[in-house]
Design a protein around this ligand. Sequence first.
Ligand code: PMP
Ligand code: GLU
Length: 395
Amino acid sequence: MNPKLSHRVNEMSTSATLAMAAKARELKEAGKDIIGLSLGEPDFTIPDFVKEAAIQAIHDDFHSYSPVDGYGDLKQAIINKFKRDNHLNYNPAQIVVSTGAKQSLANLAQVLLNEGDEVLLPAPYWVSYADISKVAGGIPIEIPTSIETDFKITPEALEAAITPKTKMMIYSSPCNPSGSVYSEKELRALADVLIKYPDIIVISDEIYEHINFVGTHASMAAFEDMYDRTVTVNGVSKAYSMTGWRIGYIGGPEYIARACNKMQGQVTSGANCIAQRATITALENPPSKIKYMVDAFKERRKLILGLLSEIPGFKTNEPEGAFYVFPDISYYFGKTLKEKNINTAGDFALFLLEEAGVATVTGEAFGDPNCIRISYAASEKDIKDAMKRIKKVLE
Ligand code: PMP
Ligand code: GLU
């Protein structure tokens, strides 16, 4: 706390994913042998066809400010992608391109929330949803789940969490951190509750859409009765391994898109112009072009689940998408390991970092204090070595 800083930032938590990644980087630079499984960041290089489009954009002299909400032809590529992959029809005024899906989400919170508005977060949820909401005046309301129900909420739990102050719900499917995927039927059951409360806006974060091992992706906005109150968030960070290029986008009701455009126009302007040009090519190509990455993640999932099952005290579900496992490690609470007391998931993650040299993220940051998140967007060698080290320090 620094009284010279605003309450806003003093009350904000640091992003646990980025903090752990920074810590792991620091230790590595200091010569420690650290395996980083904390960050959700594909280890693949960007597909050549995307790289070439970016190089071409530089040669074509793209250099100036783009329209705040994105180039017209990129918006068209996004419209085509929504139609092709999600059966969603949008017009250009309903699309806004931003500096990562993180900015898309921050824009949405800023333009939709007033002080005291409640934001439903099926837990576990992605770390930044809570603070992005809080900084906009919202109050995060967690809807707890458990590993037994595959970390998915039920319609009954959703309805019980709704109050007259509920303004929106944010969820991701495939989910970061649990890897859970809501089927169309499960989403429909949630929609049947939501249609009774027409003022609630749904933010459907579909950034892991293509990293789905069950094969079918369902979008909330594809239900006719939810279309006018759902914003679909997506981006190229995960599927195209373009995390550092910072392109995310939304499709949603026109009044919301216009408001995001206005907000972004005062804060950052249009996203990076070269990355936008490359994104056109990324989205115009069929998802089959990136299947090799999804296949590799599927193999790694099998590998890590197998290795984790050999470690006592790790209870896992079978994630159906994204590239994380979210084991319940509460078995270790109250135990002393190498003279260190383990009382929380944070203690356990720190123990793994210090004793095994493996960086993970505490589940507390995702709204589940019994779990840790392990990213398997890493090489098979790193996954094998990390699991071997964890097993050894816990013996
Ligand atoms: N949503 C989810 C669920 C995420 O895991 C991430 C992490 N990258 C983001 C949004 C933000 O992605 P980006 O800003 O890189 O587009
Ligand atoms: N979304 C990724 C993660 O959850 C990247 C880091 C971040 O932006 O939080 O690890």
